[in-house]
Structures are given as structure tokens and as C-alpha cells.
Design a protein around this ligand. Structure first.
Ligand code: HPA
Ligand code: MG
Length: 261
């Protein structure tokens, strides 16, 4: 499918911003090399993504969309995206049923935008269902592929996904292996449609192997750097860092864990 997204492309030559120009929590200040995407820009782009998604799925029949949050890292992106779609549903509510007292010269009081629906005829909306899953892509130390990926968290997947429009919401896609396995897994439950929205798409070298397709909707294409913040962690730290940042060597050392534990 052709990409639907108007993602912001961050080139490899982009130097990122010095942390001193931003408000970084004091307990993380020593661990941040630079800010690659400030929180305000992330939130602004999420508004745009919500519109892209709304434009694809919203209908006058109010057919629902199942948003699938891939825990843990996508939680912040997921909640921001869900809220923006919720706002679009509120904006799309009709104005023709305004009480007479709020009408000017008998006309419905609208903001004059061509997106308002004074006659109520083109109202489209998008009811949302939310599912939360965890994907276990490693068994012991082995990365698993294909239908081996373990999806946890949905009690009755058949009921949740069968014949529904389903949108997987991820924080980042880099190698794409986990996503491919997740897609294969969810397809077994016969969704009506299955697409992917990711906050980030990392440009990784694929060593001559086939490059995974871009997610259908994505916020930013970023260089191949390890990023933290806005829900994304390094060994469970930094999820509560507001901006998307690049970790420095001191942070990598401070929060390193012993893999044999
Ligand atoms: N940061 C955090 N988690 C990740 C990343 C990253 O850059 N890539 C894949 N998972
Ligand atoms: Mg993730």
C-alpha cells in the first residue's frame, strides 16, 4: 500500500539540540547527549497523524477502529494519539442541532470553517476500541520470528479483532522483525483490515536483506541512533523523560544491566 503519512524526515546530518536549551528532569540531566525531537514537536505531529488516521477510517456509518497499544513503550504515543482522535470526533459533531438561542440570525453558529457540518449530512466519526498487548519477541536469549511471537494481554482475540479494522500502535520500528511477526499473529484472527501506526521509523542498515515496508502511518523517520524518552526506555529508565533524546555514554554505563541476570 502507498504510504499515507506526511512524516517529518530527520536526516543523518541533523545535529540534534543541546540539552541546556530544554527543560530536562534533573535526575536525567547527566545522561542526555542531545534532544532529537522536542516534546512540543512530537505532540504537534501526533495531531497531524490523528487527522491522517481519521481521514482514512472515519465514516458516516461510524465504523469502529480497534487501536492496539504495544506495551510498554508505546503507551505515551498511544494515549496522545487516542486523545487527538477523540478531539476530532468531538469537532466532527454536528452544529445543526444548536439551540435557537445560540444561533445568529437563524443560522447555526459555526466557526466558519469548511470542515464544519451545518447541515449534518457529511458528518463522519470514528468510534475507538482499545486493546493493550505485550509482545514477547525473545524466548530466553533467542529472538523469535514468524508465528512464534507471543502476544499477551487480549483475553479473547477472536472477539477483539475478527472482522474489525485494526491499527497496531507502536513507538518505533527499526529492524521490523517484531512487527512482521506481530502482523502475522494478528492476521490469524481475520481482521477486516490491519495497518500500523508508529511514532518513529528508524533508518537502519538492513545488510542487503529486504528492507521492511514503512509503517502505514508514522510520525518521524529518524537516523539509526538509540533514542530515549516519550515512553521509550533504556533498561526501563527514561520513559518519563518528556523530550525524545539521545542517551550519552555516561547514561549507557550508569543504567547498564547484567544480561545474565
Ligand atoms: N530506543 C529504545 N527502544 C528501542 C529503540 C531505541 O532507539 N529501537 C528499538 N527499540
Ligand atoms: Mg516498542
Amino acid at each position: 500500500m502507498e504510504a499515507i503519512s506526511h512524516a517529518v524526515i530527520i536526516p543523518d546530518s541533523f545535529l540534534s539540540y543541546p540539552p541546556s536549551s530544554f527543560c530536562i528532569p534533573s535526575f536525567y540531566a547527566k545522561d542526555v547527549d542531545s534532544v532529537i525531537i522536542p516534546e512540543g514537536l512530537i505532540r504537534d505531529r501526533i495531531k497531524g497523524l490523528a487527522r491522517e488516521i481519521f481521514n482514512v477510517y472515519a465514516s458516516s456509518a461510524a465504523e469502529p477502529l480497534v487501536l492496539v497499544c504495544v506495551l510498554k513503550s508505546a503507551f505515551k504515543f498511544f494515549s496522545a494519539l487516542q486523545l487527538e482522535i477523540e478531539h476530532l470526533n468531538v469537532e466532527s459533531c454536528g452544529t445543526s442541532d444548536f439551540p435557537q438561542s445560540l444561533q445568529i440570525n437563524g443560522e447555526p453558529k459555526t466557526n466558519g470553517s469548511k470542515n464544519s457540518h451545518p447541515d449534518g449530512q457529511t458528518r463522519r466519526s470514528l468510534p475507538l476500541f482499545c486493546e493493550f498487548i505485550r509482545v514477547k519477541s525473545y524466548v530466553n536469549t533467542q529472538s523469535v520470528t514468524g508465528s512464534d511471537v507471543q502476544v499477551q494481554g487480549v483475553l479473547c482475540p477472536e472477539e477483539a479483532f475478527s472482522q474489525k479494522n485494526v491499527l497496531i500502535v507502536e513507538d518505533i520500528i527499526d529492524s521490523g522483525r517484531t512487527m512482521q511477526a506481530l502482523i502475522q499473529n494478528l492476521k490469524q484472527h481475520n481482521p477486516k483490515s490491519l495497518r500500523v501506526a508508529s511514532m518513529l521509523w528508524k533508518r537502519v542498515a538492513h545488510g542487503g536483506k529486504s528492507v521492511p515496508y514503512p509503517p502505514d502511518f508514522f510520525g518521524f523517520e529518524i537516523p539509526d541512533r538509540f533514542v530515549i524518552g516519550f515512553g521509550m526506555d533504556y533498561n526501563e529508565k527514561f520513559r518519563d523523560l518528556n523530550h525524545l533524546c539521545i542517551i550519552n555514554e555516561a547514561g549507557i554505563q550508569r543504567y547498564a544491566v547484567n544480561p545474565s541476570k
